[in-house]
Design a protein around this ligand. Sequence first.
Ligand SMILES: NC(=O)c1ccc[n+]([C@@H]2O[C@H](COP(=O)([O-])OP(=O)(O)OC[C@H]3O[C@@H](n4cnc5c(N)ncnc54)[C@H](OP(=O)(O)O)[C@@H]3O)[C@@H](O)[C@H]2O)c1
Length: 249
Amino acid sequence: MDKRGNTVLITGGASGIGLALAECFLNADNTVIICGRRKEKLEEAKQKFKKIHTRICDVSVETDRIELFNWAAAEFPNLNVLINNAGIQQRVNLLAPEEPWTHYDQEIASNFDAPVHLSLLFTPHLIKQHKPSIINISSGLAITPGAWVPIYSATKAALHAFTVSLRIQLADSNVEVIEVLPPAVNTDLGGVGLHTFGASLNDFADSVFGELDSGKQEIGFGGTEERLTVSAAEAKEIAKKMYEGFVKR
Ligand SMILES: NC(=O)c1ccc[n+]([C@@H]2O[C@H](COP(=O)([O-])OP(=O)(O)OC[C@H]3O[C@@H](n4cnc5c(N)ncnc54)[C@H](OP(=O)(O)O)[C@@H]3O)[C@@H](O)[C@H]2O)c1
């Protein structure tokens, strides 16, 4: 993809990785639209970046996704990049699930239903644009599950598989399909203070943005990309060791 002159929609772009990528795109002369559930976070982003466009939207809700597409396609007919970034992360003790199913299902709706449905909604529009791209933000945990966040890891593995299929089906079209696999990055994911051990947000976003025009289909940081080449047996062993480390902490 080209890194300049695009019209980019970033879901969950009012904080964390989404906002850091929004800043990179704005600095490179792109039109940037962000959406999220919290009005105050969108307003904060607008205060910081006057040129950014904002839209309240809960991507876990089907009707919100349809409204987002209809609004974006009407207001920004040249929209050519969709970044499925919005996501939540929940720690789940599978031995003692205490919440109703709607609580767990929210993670599936946000992390999997949303990027899949938005890809389906936007693809016919994107195909008509100049150099269009769909960028899905999955996770290193798509390959080596974090057993402390079991549903989250499963949604990311599913998103990875969907992204592979999407790329294959769009191979003869002009739409580039890119997957970004972040490692732990210092954001508010899962709750304030739970990812402070992660990579620096700006280092991560600068590195990913730097590689977007490289032609790479899967972009990692700090080794997450390499996980795509580990064997299934190695992935299971890594997941087991990561869980032991988590329990010790
Ligand atoms: N940070 C990491 O360590 C890490 C590692 C691997 C992958 N990732 C992935 O990176 C993406 C961004 O996460 P982050 O680390 O930047 O977390 P974050 O700081 O919590 O940001 C997530 C953003 O998504 C928005 N969001 C969540 N649910 C939404 C919904 N239903 N509808 C619309 N917006 C929604 C949130 O805004 P509202 O709450 O206002 O809606 C927030 O702005 C996620 O997909 C995450 O899984 C992160």
